[in-house]
Design a protein around this ligand. Structure first.
Ligand code: 9YT
Length: 137
């Protein structure tokens, strides 16, 4: 059994900041359970374009309000505490945060730790080898 608190993560290398968000990574690939679990803050007034071409992500909002747009269809959804969205089709999407949003995010395959979006809003597909080294899949 592994027990961690958010306080254990904040300020460590598992606390990854980008321009529009901060992701506190509670479970990562090196835990070897097949998914990663992130407690993510989306900064208010920001717009983030994302496209997880290599991952499936479930996002559960527990704080704040924003608008999620599926770029392919143009369909928008209002997201607030209690809303979940599952990017089961590697959906290209935009999240506009009207207030500070706090999201619980699950990635499969798991993130290895330091992933941030490339210019397309994609995370690279990285794996841990048997020696615990991170390498491209
Ligand atoms: C909601 C969302 O996808 N934000 C981007 C950060 C990502 N979820 C992460 O790595 O925690």
């Amino acid at each position: 059994m592994i027990v961690r608190t958010l306080a254990d993560i904040v300020g460590t290398e598992r606390d990854v900041a980008a321009e529009t968000w901060s992701s506190r990574r509670l479970v990562l690939a090196d835990d070897r359970v097949g998914f990663s679990l992130h407690d993510t803050i989306i900064h208010p007034g920001t717009e983030t374009t994302m496209w997880y071409q290599n991952h499936i992500e479930a996002v559960y909002c527990i704080q704040g309000e924003g608008t999620l747009t599926d770029t392919a269809t143009g369909e928008s959804h209002e997201i607030s505490s209690g809303s979940m969205y599952l990017l089961d089709q590697h959906d290209h999407h935009v999240l506009r945060a009207h207030s500070e949003m706090r999201m619980i995010c699950v990635f499969n395959p798991p993130c290895t730790g330091s992933e941030t979006h490339d210019e397309q809003g994609t995370y690279p597909l990285l794996v841990l080898d048997d020696d615990g080294e991170v390498r491209p899949a």
